[in-house]
Design a protein around this ligand. Structure first.
Ligand code: UD1
Ligand code: UDP
Length: 365
């Protein structure tokens, strides 16, 4: 079996980390096409190094742009690639614009789509990722889900159960496979921070960054945190922080840094007293490493992390975030890991692929 795996943005790289070796050992010929949606060394190269991901066979150089420009450019380049290569399937991961572009280009050229992390829903159509998830899943032949609730979402949307495979959460497998590699990694120590003596923060979602009043509220909450805050900053957020009130000056309660690599980030999450984020992947990783998480969003497609007690939602309001952080810092660090958030996810993916990818209605030869 010969497949092409599309990646483009930071969370995609992490998802294919454990996947590529599993596919190779199952005898599946899988090659990576990198759209280039993320391109800075700190947003792309570092993950290939940290996770020992094979070099992409194709680099499409799409870059930044509006949603339509980015998705459309990626579609055009992927269509050309798929027409030349005619793989047995195209595997897309997550919910970014590169995911949607892959699904659209492949389904229209008659290449079956496999989606890893299918079926998550925030039910918030103002979120670009929710649009990407809904459309991708409608075009997908094989839907690989991270939680049982995702299967239910897909069934409710009319997806035939025979296409759905509950494989578990690949982000969890990545954490489990990499925790041993960072046992002695003391990233917080090198920054002069004590284990359990700081809060780790990341904020990059447009619902927070593109509303100055909300970003200001988040900044105030971080500046008022009872523990110092370490904030590795996404390039989208960086130019907006000063006007929100965070200047990262010496002595500030909020220390800013460039985005960090995966292994450093995992160590920083493990050692933090709590995490404040709007990231999808970090909600899951916090749940895996046992660090309480406050998610600054109105909703989450990762509701399971709230249900097990690892995560709580907070509106972008300084007092609400402050209260949630106080609760997170005072609460326990033990909860049950969700079902199939284990180290066998990538083997279940290989097994599902080898069982055969059913073409969509009307597409059988
Ligand atoms: C994208 C995803 C989002 C994901 C995030 C992960 C979509 C719709 N959004 O958002 O789901 O959570 O990635 O990080 O696909 N930039 C750089 N260097 C880079 C990449 C981006 O400077 O290497 C800057 C550019 O100014 C760019 C902006 O960041 O315009 C946003 O990048 P983009 O890929 O459009 O969206 P993200 O906010 O990264
Ligand atoms: N991440 C990282 N360094 C950082 C910020 C995030 O390695 O400075 C990792 C994080 O641990 C997780 C992934 O990037 O594995 C999540 O990506 P992001 O938050 O950009 O996107 P989302 O998951 O929200 O789509």
């Amino acid at each position: 079996m010969n497949i092409i795996v599309v990646v483009g943005a930071r969370p995609n790289f992490i998802k294919v980390g454990p996947l590529m070796p599993a596919l190779a050992s199952a005898g599946i010929d899988a090659r990576i096409a990198h759209t280039g949606q993320h391109y800075d060394a700190t947003m792309s190269d570092v993950f290939f190094r940290d996770l020992e991901i094979p070099e992409p066979a194709w680099f499409l150089g799409v870059g930044s742009g509006t949603h339509a420009v980015q998705t459309g450019t990626a579609m055009m380049k992927l269509e050309e690639l798929l027409a030349a290569e005619r793989p047995d399937a195209l595997l897309v991961v997550g919910d970014v614009n590169s995911t949607l572009a892959g699904a659209l280009a492949a389904s229209k050229i008659g290449v079956p789509v496999v989606h890893l992390e299918a079926g998550l829903r925030s039910r918030d159509m103002s979120m670009p990722e929710e649009v990407n998830r809904l459309v991708t899943d409608q075009l997908t032949s094989m839907l690989l889900t991270p939680v049982r609730e995702a299967d239910e979402n897909l069934i409710a949307e009319g997806v035939d159960a025979s296409r759905i495979h509950f494989v578990g959460n690949i982000m969890a497998e990545s954490v489990l496979r990499n925790l041993a590699r960072i046992e002695t990694r003391d990233v917080c120590g090198t920054l002069g921070l004590a284990p359990r003596g700081y809060v780790l923060a990341t904020i990059h979602r447009p619902e927070n960054t593109d509303h100055p009043e909300r970003l200001h509220e988040i900044a105030s909450a971080l500046l008022d945190s009872p523990l110092p805050v370490l904030f590795p900053v996404h390039p989208r957020t960086r130019p907006l922080l000063a006007s929100a009130g965070i200047d990262g000056a010496e002595g500030s309660n909020v220390r800013l840094s460039d985005p960090v690599g995966y292994l450093d980030m995992l160590a920083l999450q493990r050692d933090a007293a709590a995490i404040v984020t709007d990231s999808g992947g970090i909600q899951e990783e916090a749940c895996m490493v046992g660090t309480p998480c406050v998610t600054v969003r109105r909703n989450t497609e990762r509701a399971i992390t709230v249900e097990v007690g690892a995560n709580r939602l907070a509106a972008a309001d300084a007092r609400v975030i402050g209260d949630a952080l106080t609760q997170a810092l005072a609460g326990g660090r033990e909860w049950e890991r969700p079902e199939r958030w284990d180290a066998d996810v990538s083997s279940r993916v290989s097994e599902a692929l080898l069982s055969g990818v059913l073409p969509l209605a009307g597409c059988a030869e």
